[in-house]
Design a protein around this ligand. Structure first.
Ligand SMILES: Nc1nc2c(ncn2[C@@H]2O[C@H](COP(=O)(O)OP(=O)(O)OP(=O)(O)O)[C@@H](O)[C@H]2O)c(=O)[nH]1
Ligand SMILES: [Mg+2]
Length: 441
């Protein structure tokens, strides 16, 4: 499919809506330089130099600022780019953009700059996705993963796997050219073993990072449930480091659910405090309990809190993932219970680090032993598909009659990985990926 817009020079405000010290307009395409020169009343712009310029409209001066010209192909998109660093006023930026459009530019579509970078080979598709991931990252750890992906670390891993597949494919295709007697059995046995060692297992290791990696960007909901007065609100305050929820020794203090954002080892977490679960005649409290159970159902992870000094609180109606026995400071005795409680004190903060580590493991941190994580569902699915084809190819390598089918699976395994990088017929994938971008990126 031909990109009908590729000959157009596009323009957009690249900085976020609202006021700021500086606002940037980006132009990309053949006309970028001439439009910028016409706007600035200049004959030329020196490449990669910050040129102090005045920008003119029909009715006089619009604004002044810095103009930078990046000639093709050494630019973000691979085309001629000009960046106008204006004052960060929404009105001024709109006036400047309007003038650029009058001079021949077209409004950029969401993600179109990055899309052009991919089409001109400046970024592979996984790097382009890393641009969104980097912009969207909520925690330092997520930003760090996005940056590694943007620098191509993840892409290189995928490329290495693709090269391995190409190597195996060459062997299998060579075997196809020989008759059965000429192919040593040992050779095919070795091939089977090597496919497992060099492809299936490394893919397993990568896939094991996906739960944690995706959560780094998508975040999780964690609900705290348990009987009244066990210290749920105190635990929420202690974990988040904010005195957010009201705490009192009156059972039934929390009625409405209450949410606070923090992070567990870099995973953005929305922590939900809930009403203590018990039978009650009070209408409002009953509604609170209903909401507590509903929160537990909707959460990705449920923490059940019990009070060490009150065994009647040690059973939980709602399903849960992690059980916490609170008030360790008042009941330090060893507890006889079937439940693998983590002992903490929300008051003295004892045991909280262990609790946080346990929660992180629940979110998949321990399985993520690789340096670079799979951070997108699209990548996870592509690697799973590729691995499935390899697993199907392995038993087919045993006999000459099925070798060509094995080769077909290997080719499909290669293509599935290629989708991650945007290799092959990619227009459809491009449309899907870039629909998530904002304008000006
Ligand atoms: N000694 C001690 N007291 C605690 C601890 N955690 C909470 N408390 C006390 O236990 C009482 C109840 O705490 P909350 O955090 O309000 O308990 P809750 O589970 O949210 O109670 P409801 O909202 O009524 O369901 C308060 O008096 C807290 O100060 C702890 O670790 N040690
Ligand atoms: Mg409470």
């Amino acid at each position: 499919m031909i990109d009908l817009r590729s000959h157009l020079t596009i323009a957009a405000i690249a900085t976020p809506q609202g006021r700021g010290g500086v606002g940037i307009i980006r132009l990309s395409g053949n006309l970028a330089l001439s439009v910028a020169c016409a706007l600035s009343n200049l004959d030329k712009l020196q490449p990669r130099h910050a040129t102090l310029s005045q920008w003119w409209g029909h009715d006089g001066l619009i604004d002044s600022g810095i103009c930078i010209y990046f000639p093709a192909p050494h630019s973000y998109t691979g085309e001629d780019i000009v960046e106008l660093q204006a004052h960060g006023s929404p009105v001024v930026l709109q006036m400047l953009l309007k003038r650029c459009l009058e001079l021949g530019c077209h409004p950029a579509e969401p993600g179109e700059f990055t899309r052009r970078a991919v089409l001109h080979g400046k970024l592979d598709l996984s790097q382009a996705e890393a641009v969104i991931a980097c912009i969207d990252a909520d925690t330092e750890r997520a930003a760090n993963q996005a940056q590694r992906q943007l620098q191509g670390e993840f892409g290189r891993k995928v490329e290495a796997l693709m090269d391995e597949i190409t190597g195996f494919l060459a062997h299998v295709e060579a075997c196809l050219d020989f008759s059965e007697e000429e192919i040593p059995d040992l050779f095919l046995d070795q091939l089977t073993e090597k496919l497992t060692l060099q492809l299936v297992l490394p893919m397993d290791a990568m896939l094991a990072t996906a739960d944690f990696g995706e959560r780094l960007f998508n975040g999780v909901r964690v609900a705290i449930v348990g009987a009244p007065n066990v210290g749920k609100s105190s635990l929420l305050n202690a974990l988040s480091g904010h005195d957010r929820a009201i705490v009192s020794d009156i059972a039934g203090t929390t009625r409405d659910t209450l949410e606070i954002d923090f992070d567990i080892h870099g995973v953005p977490v929305r922590l939900v405090d809930t009403a203590g679960i018990r039978q009650s005649d009070d209408l409002i409290e009953r509604e609170g309990v209903r909401r507590a159970l509903e929160s537990a159902r909707q959460a990705d992870l449920v923490i059940f809190v019990a009070d060490a000094s009150r065994p009647e609180t040690w059973t939980c109606e709602a399903g849960y993932d992690v059980a916490v026995l609170n008030k360790l400071d008042v009941s330090p005795v060893s507890i006889q219970s079937e439940i693998p409680f983590i002992h903490v004190s929300a008051k003295t903060k004892e045991g909280l680090l262990l609790l946080v580590d346990t929660l992180a493991n629940f979110l998949g941190e321990q399985q993520a032993t690789e340096d670079v994580y799979i951070t997108s569902h699209r990548h996870r699915v592509a690697i799973q598909q590729s691995q499935n084809h390899i697993k199907q190819a392995i038993p087919l390598l045993g006999q000459e009659a099925t070798l060509d089918l094995a080769a077909l699976h290997l080719r499909q395994a290669w293509s599935a990985l290629g989708e991650i990088l945007g290799v092959g017929d990619v227009e459809v994938i491009l449309d899907r990926v870039f629909s998530e971008f904002c304008i000006g990126k």
